[in-house]
Design a protein around this ligand. Sequence first.
Ligand code: PLP
Length: 360
Amino acid sequence: MKWREYVKQIAPYVPGKSIEAVKKELNLEEVHRLASNENPLGASKKALAAMQSAMMEAHLYPDAPATELREKLASLFGVLPEQVITGNGADNVISFVISAYVNESDEVLYCSPTFPAYRSSTLLMGGKPVEVPLKEGFVFDLEALKANITDKTKLVFICNPNNPTGTIVDSNALEQFIGDVPEHVTVIIDEAYIEYVQENNYETGIDFFKKGYPVITIRTFSKFYGLAGLRIGYAIASKEILEPMLRLREPFAVNRPAIAAAVAALDDKEYTERHFKMNEEGKHFLKDEMERLGFIVYPSSTNFLYVHVKRDGKKLFDELLQKGIIVRPCTGWDYNEYVRISIGTKEQNELLIETLKTIL
Ligand SMILES: Cc1ncc(COP(=O)(O)O)c(C=O)c1O
């Protein structure tokens, strides 16, 4: 059977190596993954209890619209439940936003390097990804994005904070940008890591939406809330913008344990505070120690660090792998001397530094 033409353009997704695969491949007893920006605390105990009791009802379909979760998110953010849509991870949300809006030859604009799903989902629809380099400091370049808007531009993605560089754009500049884009362009702000941003008075996509801008904000429970394995994300936008997404979203996109766990996770302040503190401490420790090793560590508003290791990043990745630590080389983005490292537990961070010292 012949493939759809557009599928041919999509490069196969190369997932990060799993802990199990590395243990088996290298015959190691202990392996630590600091590659996928997961939450090293594990899921919150409240979320675990909620998902376990939801499992008892595994024979029942989930609540298709995820009403309880949408109501909870709506009251948390001061929006209406009909302004919230859930998906099987933010990845799935990105895919159905693009499927709902991008026609053949429509342009989807963003900076590069960034999260690869904007590109693959656009290609799948026959759209044209338009990639503009990040500006100095590896920050999304709003001026360059503006200069690249054409009559064909349909969507602009702002990954904020950006993966893999961990950087955020100034929120005043972002508001200006959103206010300036022509009416035929919709801005999507991917805020997978927004809960880690510390700047005072920093305005988010949801704040802009509440001020009346027609933006779409995408978020996830995979990072800050430690539920990556359950696959649950959401978008917030006007009812009118969400309408076509609701039509094409799989009705049961989000499973029962994921909904239950997400509802419980939002209430577990003790867990999120503990995680935030641990992440900040780990970030400072790793930054200081890696700078001492001669690396350049970029400021990060996330749970990972973007590091210029000043040598072949893939080689360093291989050497760490042999010692049971998985990091993410940035070779896929053509940044051959850069590595993205997720912030782990105190013990994992210390182990990483000790291992780097032996390798270097
Ligand atoms: C910027 C960004 N957006 C979206 C996602 C997808 O998140 P999810 O696990 O909810 O699919 C990720 C995951 O790494 C990400 O880094």
